[in-house]
Write a protein that binds this ligand. Structure first.
Ligand code: KG4
Ligand code: ZN
Length: 350
């Protein structure tokens, strides 16, 4: 077991996963996650009040599980890191309150960190310190961002973001339309494996020449979603069966094509040879395969964490906390807010 670097407790509660982890430096010692995803399934999306209540019920048992897994006591930690935003306000508040309580009771410093930067940082647990500068593609249920990371604890710049739906949101909505279970990403991923990605040509948002002038590194998935809806409705009107696997594969291909295409263009534009990808949608098998193939073709070295570190967890929060602590940053204040719209450039809340 590593003895290098600060021992950090990480707490995550921005959406529907209660995550608690112990990280020392860049070594993951324990990663406990309790998910309320099944409680939201019948609503087809996360219900904020249900998520907050689930965090409240899961927080203490999940902290206890992480302690047992790490063989550590809370009193052993050097610092407590917590997601202070962005995310669902009520859900974030539970994690922030828990982190404050632990840090206050133990007399340890408290670090409020950005959930999106934490997604990018998760991979240090699999592949060591980030090559910097790196371009990072972050694709989750609520966000889709292209970032220039010069220093993961200090200097994260937004190159582009979605102008409407996040990629994960598009997966969830299209899955619902196709009658596939929630959460939509994994369902579409599975259905797509049996389908032909070239069966239907769906639009690639913000890739036309006129759009590239203003939105070179931005994304749009709402037109794609509407195109899938129209295609399915036309087939239904004609009384024809819906080839679910082909629709899923063609939709998945359109998303993976735009995400990887723009990420590689950003690397080339900024002369950067490293691409880091992270966030729940990075669990998608086609996205992973296409990113690998296109990066190899462009001479870019790609880093993708294992699937468990792509979706929400406390490990990524502890990992970013450890980076911030190692840089000697001052802790956040105990007045630390839950900031539902924390900007991606703000790595640490003050
Ligand atoms: O990062 P994450 O766990 O939570 C947020 O911060 O939003 O991302 C959740 C999103 C959901 O929209 C889910 O459908 C999507 O990630 N997702 C996937 C896959 N696994 C999860 N999308 C595509 N393919 C997957 N295999
Ligand atoms: Zn997330």
């Amino acid at each position: 077991m590593s003895t290098e670097g600060p021992l950090v407790l990480g707490i995550e509660s921005s959406c529907d996963e209660t995550g608690v982890a112990f990280v020392r430096g860049t070594t993951l010692l324990a990663d406990a996650v309790a998910s309320s995803v099944q409680e939201h399934a019948r609503f087809g999306g996360v219900v904020p009040e249900v998520a907050s209540r689930a965090h409240l019920e899961a927080m203490i048992p999940t902290i206890e599980r992480a302690c047992a897994e790490a063989g550590s006591r809370l009193a052993d930690v050097d610092a407590v890191a917590v997601t202070s935003g962005p995310g669902l306000a009520g859900a974030l508040m539970v994690g922030v309150a828990a982190a404050k309580a632990v840090a206050w009771a133990l007399g340890k410093p408290l670090y409020g960190v950005n959930h999106l930067c934490a997604h990018v940082c998760a991979d240090v647990l699999d592949h060591g310190p980030l090559p910097e500068p790196t371009v990072a593609l972050l694709v989750s249920g609520g966000h889709t961002n292209l970032l220039l990371v010069r220093d993961i604890a200090d200097d994260v710049q937004s190159l582009g973001a979605t102008v409407d739906d996040a990629a994960g949101e598009a997966f969830d909505k299209v899955a619902r339309l196709l009658g596939l279970p929630y959460p939509g990403g994994p369902s579409i991923d599975q259905a797509a494996a049996q389908g032909d990605p070239r069966a239907i040509t769906f639009p690639r948002g913000l890739t036309a020449r006129k759009d590239l002038e203003r939105h070179r590194f931005d994304f749009s998935f709402s037109g794609l979603k509407t195109a899938v809806v129209r295609w399915v409705q036309e087939r239904e009107r004609a009384g024809e069966p819906i080839p679910i696997a082909d629709v899923a594969a063609s939709f998945n291909e359109a998303v993976a094509d735009v995400l990887t295409g723009k990420a590689i263009d950003a690397c080339l534009e900024y002369g950067i040879h490293d691409l880091q990808i992270g966030g729940g949608v990075t669990a998608n098998s086609r996205l992973r395969a296409l990113a690998e193939q296109r990066c190899a073709d462009a001479g870019i070295s790609l880093r993708v964490p294992r699937v468990r570190l792509c979706t929400d967890n406390g490990a990524m929060v502890a990992a970013l906390g450890a980076q911030v602590v190692s840089r000697g940053h001052a802790p956040s204040s105990f007045a630390l807010p839950a900031d539902s719209s924390m900007p991606v450039e703000m790595v640490q809340a003050l």
